[in-house]
Structures are given as C-alpha cells and as structure tokens.
Write a protein that binds this ligand. Structure first.
Ligand SMILES: [Zn+2]
Length: 351
C-alpha cells in the first residue's frame, strides 16, 4: 500500500516536471485536457496529383518537418530537396517552436489539409498546447489556415497585415483561387482577426518557457506588413515570402518596391550571425548567403529598369530589353520576371 502511494507521488512528480512518458495510474484524470483541433478530427485527406496549371497544388503537397535546433522545427514541402535547386515552385514553408510551456507556429498554411498536416507534425513532437501563430504576411498561403484554429490561440500579425486581411480577404481568396484553383478547399475560408498586432520599430517577443521567439518588421519586403520571425538562441530565422526560396527563385514583386525590398533583405541579412539558418517562404532552409541571389537580382533589376526609364523607353520596351539572362532559371521566370517584376519596377521608377 505504501509502495503504491509512493508510486502515485512519483508519477505526479514526473508529470509536474513535464515528463510525458509516465502514464498516470488508472482512474487518475489527466492533469490537463489535451488541446483539441476539431477542424482536423475525423478528416480523411487524399493527396492528389499536381495540376500543371497551378503554381503548386495545395492538395498534392505532403509537408515534412526537420528539427533545426532543440525544439525548433522547420516545416516544408517534402519535395524541396529535389525541386528547389531546379527552381520549381514549392508549397509554403513554416515551422514551430516548442517551449516548456507552449508551442508557437510560424504560418498556418493555405487550406484545411495543409493546416492539419502542420498540426500532425507538431503532435509528433509534443503534446504541449499551440498558443501562438505568427503569419509573416497577409498572403493566404501563409494565413488562411487561421480559419481552423481552436479558441485560445493568439494570432500575431503586423498591424498592416491585419488591416489588409480585414479589408481585402475576399480579393485574396479570389487571387489564390486564380493561381491555385477553385478545387483546393479555399471556399470554406473565413477571415480571422489577429489579436496581437506588431508595429514598425517595436518587435514582439514571447517566452514560450525557456525559449524566446521574436517577430519584427524590417521594412517593405513583399507587402507593407511582412514579419521576420527568429529564435535568437537557436540562430534560426523565417523570412516569409520576402525570400521566396533559394537560387534560382527570384522575389515576387506583386506590390512593386524592388529597391525597398532589396534594402530590407540586406538589412535582415546584416542582422544575422554568419552561421544562422534561414527558412525562406517557400523552400528548404538555407545559409545566410542564401539572401545574395535575391539581393543581386533586385539590385540589377532596379539598375536596368532605371536605365530604361531614363532613356525614355516605354514599359513594353523595358520588358523587351531588361531580360537579365544571367539570373534565369526559375521555372516561372517568364511570368514573375517578365510580367510582374519588370513592369512593377518600371511603374515605381517612372516620374
Ligand atoms: Zn507565400
């Protein structure tokens, strides 16, 4: 009898110390009700074949996770190792950080299927509750999954990202359906308001229990509200779309601002230790030098489009002349460089 009560005390002590391996004696209620994700319970997801009409096909994606440092995980498209060096667009990357008290997610992904894959990857590592989600931008592939969060999870966004989602959610869903298809589960999404808003010059930090995560605005990067997320102790940084992927991927200047984007990326790079790990918005982790190709591309783009504007070329003539052959290699180069980046930079630099 005495032995049994000693054992019960020992188990309670282990539980209090955060050891999840010890199972409680029969009849003992769990110390904490596990966090439920009703949006994912009972869901059967089948991976489809990729649709070549789409940039990438959300329902064809299988996500994988990798531990970059103790408790710091990246999540990315399992095809990243094969596709990234070939410049094939990949699904959104994210990750999670596990502290002694709680878990923080970076990005909530584009649809229920990918959101639930993220939850599964977290649950393979820990049963600690997910308490925070940081969205690096308003783009739906980084934030639509907020629809499926249970109550009690704080959503962290830059204040301009929150405003963008509040005012333009339906437009973003339409844009995403145009690029990813109307059959990818985007018809069930709802705008969810963030409750933690980050301002310029005032980074948000959170202690998850023994590990601190920071989300900071560094300047215009792809939208007016991009957050860079870092775990300083682990030297890990998430860039969101600002660094879309490794060479030969180039930035998507959907809202222009090539020069500012280049300055922001250079500023972020300069803020990192030389041995930092950088998780781009859509690819596998890279080193700090992984910024260089995008920074060089943006600098050359600004110089060449600026020269075209100065010499009186029309926008069409600029598109014809600013071919930047030495940067070619991205599978969607003809779309992103020729029909998005050169024209938007021309508009920025025109008087
Ligand atoms: Zn993205």
């Amino acid at each position: 009898m005495k032995k049994r009560s000693m054992m019960a005390w020992f188990v309670v002590g282990l539980a209090a110390a955060g050891c999840s391996d010890a199972s409680p004696p029969e009849g003992t209620p769990p110390a904490e009700v596990p966090q439920g994700f009703t949006a994912c319970e009972g869901q059967e997801f089948t991976l489809t074949d990729p649709n070549p009409m789409y940039v990438w096909t959300p329902k064809a994606i299988r996500l994988a996770s990798q531990e970059l440092a103790p408790g710091v995980f990246v999540i990315y498209d399992e095809k990243a190792d094969a596709h990234a060096p070939m410049g094939i667009p990949l699904a959104t990357s994210g990750g999670f950080v596990v502290g002694a008290d709680s878990v923080l997610l970076v990005e909530s992904m584009i649809n229920r299927q990918l959101f639930c894959q993220v939850v599964d990857l977290v649950r393979k590592e820990t049963n600690k509750p997910i308490r925070y989600v940081v969205n690096t931008s308003s783009h739906g592939d980084h934030s639509f999954g907020n629809t499926f969060l249970p109550s009690g999870v704080h959503i962290v966004q830059h204040e301009r990202t929150a405003k963008e989602i509040a005012e333009h959610f339906e437009e973003d869903v339409a844009f995403m359906e145009a690029n990813f298809g109307a059959d990818q589960g985007l018809d069930e999404l709802k705008a969810v308001a963030a409750d933690i808003l980050v301002k310029d010059g005032a980074p948000w930090t959170i202690d998850l229990g023994g590990v601190t995560v920071e989300a900071r605005y560094h300047g215009f990067a792809q939208t007016g509200g991009d957050l860079f997320v870092r775990v300083p102790s682990a030297k890990v940084l998430w860039t969101g779309n600002a660094l879309v992927a490794e060479k030969p991927a180039v930035p998507w200047l959907l809202a222009g601002h090539a020069a500012e984007t280049g300055m922001t990326l250079a500023d972020v790079k300069a803020s990192l230790p030389a041995d930092a790990i950088v998780v781009p918005g859509h690819g596998r982790p890279v080193t700090v030098d992984g910024f260089d190709f995008a920074i060089d591309y943006l600098g050359t783009l600004v110089t060449e489009v600026g020269a075209a504007v100065s010499s009186g070329k029309t926008k069409d003539e600029a598109v014809m002349s600013v071919t930047m052959e030495s940067f070619k290699g991205y599978a969607i180069w003809d779309w992103i460089h020729t029909t998005v980046n050169v024209p938007s930079t021309y508009d920025d630099l025109s008087p």
